[in-house]
Design a protein around this ligand. Structure first.
Ligand code: HEM
Length: 216
């Protein structure tokens, strides 16, 4: 991203998502999620060569078949036979055991995905910093509990084999860090993003879909 380091004031809203009272609640188990931990292990060449059966960059569903699809992948990743193990040995495989262990932990946990937060569209702002050229994205909304953390990540389009990232699209994810009763809680999320200057707007996806803000 930018060569500039985020200043303390930029990081404050993210840090304050977990107040001291919240930090004293028990830590939630560190879960493995498809978007942040599993999908990045599938290379472009894996995605490309497996296209005849499945799109490895897409979360495989619908829910009734998710377990079946990931069971097939689980079996191939864990296979000890050189003619069935995936990725094939002649194409850079198999994975190191640490990667297989991570996949197995995720699969045993029910193959979870990240939740998207709910934003208040009227709060979405995108402001280009005249000094650095980066764009400050600011948004408020509702998260699932006080123990959840909300953050922006680049939106990923699994249908695109090349350049799955757009230069001005972001997802607003949430994950549980502390165990607290589920009750919708207000959040503020803010981050600085590299958005090339021809872009005149920023899109943020939440659980309701896509929201667009002009870059001012
Ligand atoms: C992490 C990466 C990969 C995963 C998770 C994966 C997963 C799988 C799965 C689950 C199947 C069985 C599909 C079914 O029965 O419906 C399969 C079959 C196959 N894969 Fe992959 N694959 C990967 C990478 C690759 C690569 C890089 C190639 C080619 C260079 C490849 C070539 C094939 C072929 C030709 C088959 C059909 C033949 C067979 O069943 O062994 N795969 N793969």
């Amino acid at each position: 991203m930018s060569s500039r380091q985020p200043s303390d004031s930029r990081m404050r809203p993210l840090i304050s998502q977990l107040s001291e009272a919240v930090l004293s609640a028990p830590a939630a188990p560190r879960r493995v999620y498809f978007e942040t931990h599993i999908r990045p292990m599938f290379r472009a060449i894996d995605r490309e060569h497996m296209d005849f059966r499945m799109n490895l960059w897409e979360y495989l569903g619908p829910p009734s078949s998710t377990r079946l699809e990931y069971e097939k992948i689980h079996n191939r990743l864990n296979s000890s036979a050189s003619d069935t193990v995936m990725p094939p040995p002649e194409a850079g495989g198999p994975w190191p055991t640490e990667w297989i262990d991570l996949f197995n932990r995720w699969f045993a946990d029910g193959a979870p995905r990240l939740d998207l937060a709910v934003i208040d569209p009227s709060t979405l702002r995108a402001v280009r910093d005249p000094l650095t050229g980066t764009v400050d994205v600011y948004v408020e909304g509702t998260k699932l509990s006080d123990g959840h953390v909300v953050w922006l990540e680049r939106h990923f389009d699994p249908a695109k084999l090349y350049n799955p990232y757009a230069d001005n699209e972001f997802d607003l994810f949430q994950a549980q860090y502390r165990v607290l009763p589920p009750a919708p809680v207000h959040f503020v999320a803010e981050d600085f993003c590299v958005v090339p200057s021809p872009a005149i707007s920023v899109s943020v996806y939440d659980s309701a879909g896509r929201h667009v803000a002009p870059i001012t």
